[in-house]
Write a protein that binds this ligand. Structure first.
Ligand SMILES: [Zn+2]
Length: 344
């Protein structure tokens, strides 16, 4: 399998992360991608660098105002003498507040959904590189006749980023950018999100469309990030009605009990019959992940991958979460081995 990776991910090296009412040591850190790439190299995989696709693929998904915000806010924040070295909100618009103020504090609140996506001096560069990794993997699969696959080692991850909102460690929605890019030459594509967290940004971006089917399996969000979405009743709106499928899985579910949910997703994907499949591959569904949402074992990832590969679709795997650095290498190689074993 073609594997795409850029060391530029390390340009995003967050120092602040706020949850449960307190600052914590950040979890979405360069060591994650380094652990993944080390595991892949040890397993003998060849790794290629991404190409630069320019601004148009990201502009096809995100709003101009949001892209300008991401690219310029750190410099403006620093020039304004803000106290924290990283851009971090201290206020968000409530349900009855819809104006975008010109002041920096309000602007940061407007374009972020939580306090887990701090913007440092080079977060923008790392995010652009991450989206180029996803695009390079996608172009590779598009260029090959027949069924092929590629893996994009994206960092920062992307599936919590909306058209104009950052959050949940995500800035540019890599999988949405890649799917939209593929849609230029294909009539319908599908996204299967197996990260432990609901792919809320991806759902939001395609919620009114029938040409991109979004499916997400995740830990029940009742008391789990992202809390406000990921429920089964969210089926899409307008032209998109019926083209979003959420399968919340009870917290702590292990692979044997997870597989029927996966099979339900795969049945829906089969009947949609997309030209290409994108998998939002979060390895934070792992039993040893600090988020402790689901209980998938290393061998379980191989079984999940095998069943996805049996759809027999051109497939792009896009890295999302996964925070147990000690096990990321073996989990990604287990997933890819399971996937390749079923394809051959
Ligand atoms: Zn996640």
């Amino acid at each position: 399998m073609k594997i795409v990776y850029s060391p530029d991910h390390a340009l995003h090296d967050p120092k602040t992360y706020f949850k449960s009412g307190k600052f914590h040591v950040p979890q979405e850190v360069p060591g994650r991608a380094e652990a993944l790439v080390k595991g892949l190299k040890e397993a003998g995989h060849a790794i290629i660098a991404p190409d630069d696709f320019g601004p148009s693929p990201r502009a096809a998904v995100h709003t101009p105002g949001y892209l300008h915000f991401l690219e310029t806010i750190h410099e403006r924040w620093t020039a304004a003498g803000m106290e924290n070295a990283e851009v971090l909100p201290n206020i968000h618009p409530g349900r009855r507040m819809s104006s975008l103020p010109t002041g920096i504090v309000g602007e940061v609140g407007h374009y972020t959904i939580d306090m887990s996506a701090p913007i440092g001096p080079d977060t923008w560069k790392a995010s652009v590189a991450s989206s180029n990794v996803a695009l390079t993997a996608t172009r590779h699969v598009l260029e090959i006749d027949g069924v092929s696959s590629a893996y994009a080692l994206c960092r920062p991850p992307g599936h919590h980023a909306f058209q104009d909102i950052a959050g949940g460690f995500c800035f540019l929605n890599n999988i949405a950018i890649a799917a939209e890019y593929a849609r230029k030459s294909l009539s319908r594509v599908a996204i299967l999100d197996v990260d432990v967290h609901h792919g809320n940004g991806t759902q939001g971006i395609f919620y009114n469309r029938s040409d991109v089917f979004t499916v997400s399996l995740h830990a029940d969000p009742t008391d789990f990030y992202p809390f406000f979405s990921g429920y089964a009743h969210e089926r899409g709106e307008g032209d998109g009605e019926g083209y979003n499928l959420n399968l919340p899985v009870p917290r702590g579910t292990r692979v044997e009990a997870y597989l029927p949910y996966l099979d339900q997703a795969l049945t829906a994907l089969k009947s949609y019959a997309p030209d290409m499949l994108f998998v939002a591959l979060g390895l934070d569904a792992f039993e040893g992940d600090p988020f402790a949402g689901l209980g998938i074992s290393t061998e379980g990832f191989a079984e999940i991958a095998k069943r996805i590969a049996m759809l027999d679709l051109p497939t792009v795997l896009i890295q999302e979460g996964g925070y147990n650095q000690d096990c990321l290498g073996e989990n990604i190689t287990s997933f890819i081995a399971g996937f390749e074993g079923a394809m051959s």
